[in-house]
Design a binder for this molecule. Structure first.
Ligand SMILES: NC(=O)c1ccc[n+]([C@@H]2O[C@H](COP(=O)([O-])OP(=O)(O)OC[C@H]3O[C@@H](n4cnc5c(N)ncnc54)[C@H](O)[C@@H]3O)[C@@H](O)[C@H]2O)c1
Length: 218
């Protein structure tokens, strides 16, 4: 396994690997970050994507970089014959995400998105109750989700349209959209929404409200 992106999530993914996985390389454009994390796992580090592309010992790559670069890296890794776990969002536009999916289809390699909320205990229990027909049909889902703020957050990549692709909707909202699609098991038919920038001095939204209607009218 290789990890590209040695930040908060790269660190968590490294810690989550089990004894059957062998972490070979950690990559980051910031060589110091790659080196620091690699030193904890006694593996190689690099700031060059090509080192990972060329390494035939690597079967799977975890991509945990900032959103702007994730899709292209996923495509490069799939082209080089590696399976990919890419952090959410899979791309910063639907077009980018579809390109990643079609590259995976054509390469025969597995692509997974880091929709880890599906693996929260309560979500797994709810899904089980639903699939065992123990709680009847879903009529609607109501969900709200917040994100911790911190002084200076407006300076971070999460508040940059260019680096993040948007604001809270693409950052946290994707988890809600994913969970709704997972629970309901249908495609979205109609969307109504509104985004607002209410608090941070930033060019992306810090609040998003949306209503999804699915093919089965849930
Ligand atoms: N699944 C979840 O619950 C969850 C939670 C938080 C973040 N995320 C996602 O994980 C990704 C990373 O978030 P984070 O909080 O770890 O960010 P972070 O800023 O802590 O770390 C990002 C790292 O990527 C590196 N990087 C940036 N561009 C790169 C490139 N082109 N090539 C190689 N390295 C590059 C940076 O130097 C940094 O070390 C984001 O896509 C984010 O949306 C997912």
């Amino acid at each position: 396994v290789a990890i590209i992106g040695a930040g908060l999530i790269g660190r968590k993914r490294a810690a989550a690997l089990n004894k059957h996985d062998k972490l070979l390389v950690i990559g980051d454009i910031d060589l110091k970050s790659a080196k620091n994390l690699a030193s904890e796992y006694s593996c190689l580090h690099t700031d060059q994507v090509k080192d990972i592309v060329k390494n035939n010992q690597i079967d799977a790559v975890i991509i945990s970089v900032i959103n702007k670069y994730a899709a292209q890296l996923a495509i490069d890794m799939l082209h080089s014959g590696k399976h990919v776990l890419c952090e959410k969002p899979l791309g910063i536009t639907s077009k980018e995400s579809k390109e990643v999916l079609s590259t995976a289809d054509n390469s025969g390699k597995i692509i997974k998105t880091g929709f880890n909320h599906r693996y929260h205990g309560a979500m797994m229990d709810a899904k089980k109750l639903l699939s065992e027909n123990r709680i009847g049909k879903i009529l609607h889902i109501r969900s709200h989700y917040g994100h911790g703020g911190r002084p200076g957050m407006e300076q971070e990549w999460r508040c940059s349209k260019e680096l993040c692709g948007g604001g809270e909707l693409i950052d946290q909202g994707v988890h809600i959209i994913d969970l709704c699609r997972w629970f309901i098991g249908e495609d979205v038919k109609q969307v109504y929404g509104r985004t607002l920038t209410s608090f941070w001095q930033s060019n992306v939204e810090d609040n998003a409200f949306f209503h999804l209607e699915f093919d089965n009218s849930v």
